[in-house]
Design a protein around this ligand. Structure first.
Ligand code: MRU
Length: 344
């Protein structure tokens, strides 16, 4: 059986792999209205910056059922509502802006078809970008025996292949993939559950470690490079990604290891001068205070549960996008990356 897709749109339904149930159960969740898509994004049924954007694009299409006439107001309300599902990944707002432009610029009679075409286009572009990131990133990892990644920035977080895992899948086609250490990624275990699942499905050797093991492995020379994804990147090249990424970046710097970030250009938010302005999602205390159904933190204790942190650009060796590689990212090299691509 072919590997199931992270998300697909069929008829009047958005069908998602339910990532909250992996790796125990591979099951799909079908959304037929905007509320269900909002809930799926908020609960991390679908997660990872690019996948959230794609899901939201399709979600807008569900604002008006197939047998009812298009209604600009209902689409606009859906766009506003979906924008409240999660705050950090800028791909969500980028995709919704694209859908909003279609609503604004299209005659009502043609709107349904135009919105579907745009959502499919966002999805298709993501497939292409993941492959291009794989091509650009593969040479950076080609000489590595062991690579560390944090969270899940693989096929499950995108349409296919992922961002951070794309160079690894690229090398794997030639049987040259490095072995991957996957941080388990407390509290929701995207590394232990999702990265380990998808890499093993693909036949890439992967070992899960607790988040606190990474430093010790680096000290022993057992990690050659780190590669992660991103949820939002500022104009200065500061990167918001899953909580714990900053700690890994500091460790990599201390041990002289390259820290790579892989992300499509739609993950950049050039309106933000630095990472300090990136909104960081705070999630429910139970994600930390409970393991499964068992409470492990006393009621009287406070819990802090930020979903993301910011890694300053100076800790990052390179950012890999679908357009190429930004070495030593800063305000100038990021601006130049966008300028040179626009000139092409
Ligand atoms: O909370 P999540 O699981 O949506 O967080 C995902 C990440 O932090 C990923 O690393 C990031 O979105 C990049 S996905 C290609």
């Amino acid at each position: 059986m072919a590997a199931p897709e992270t998300l697909r749109f069929a008829g009047d339904s958005l069908i998602l792999i339910d990532q909250t149930r992996l790796p125990d159960t591979l099951t799909e969740l079908t959304c037929t209205n905007v509320d269900q898509v909002h809930d799926a994004i908020r609960r991390l049924v679908v997660r990872g910056a690019p996948a959230i954007g794609i899901a939201a694009g399709y979600g807008v299409c569900l604002a008006v059922p197939q047998d009812e006439p298009a209604d600009k107001e209902r689409y606009r309300q859906a766009i506003e509502y979906l924008a409240t599902s999660r705050p950090t990944a800028v791909n969500l707002f980028w995709a919704l802006d694209r859908m909003r432009r279609i609503v604004d610029d299209t005659e009502t009679a043609d709107l349904k078809e135009a919105l579907r075409a745009e959502a499919h286009q966002i999805h298709e572009e993501d497939r292409q970008m993941c492959h291009q990131i794989g091509e650009h990133g593969a040479p950076l990892l080609a000489a590595c025996r062991n690579v560390l990644t944090h969270c899940n920035a693989g096929g499950l977080a995108t349409s296919t292949w992922g961002t951070a895992l794309a160079p690894i899948y690229h090398l794997h086609r030639d049987q040259k993939a490095p072995h991957v250490f996957a941080d388990e990624t407390r509290p929701l275990l995207q590394g232990g559950r999702l990265t380990a699942w998808e890499l093993s499905q693909a036949g890439v050797a992967v070992t899960v470690i607790t988040d606190s093991t990474a430093g010790s492995l680096m000290r022993q020379g057992k990690i050659d490079a780190v590669i992660v994804g991103a949820d939002r990147i500022s104009a200065a090249g500061d990167v918001a990604n899953k909580i714990g990424t900053y700690s890994v970046a500091v460790l990599a710097k201390h041990h002289g290891l390259p820290m790579y970030v892989a992300a499509p250009t739609n993950t950049f938010d050039l309106t933000l001068p630095s990472g300090d302005e990136i909104p960081i999602e705070q999630r429910h205390r139970d994600e930390v205070a409970c393991v499964g159904d068992v409470q492990i933190v006393p009621d009287a204790a406070g819990v802090l549960n930020p979903a993301f942190d910011v890694t300053p650009a100076e800790l990052i060796a390179a950012i890999i996008t679908e357009r190429g590689v930004i070495r030593r990212p800063d305000q100038n090299s990021v601006a130049e990356h966008f300028r040179s691509a626009d000139r092409r």
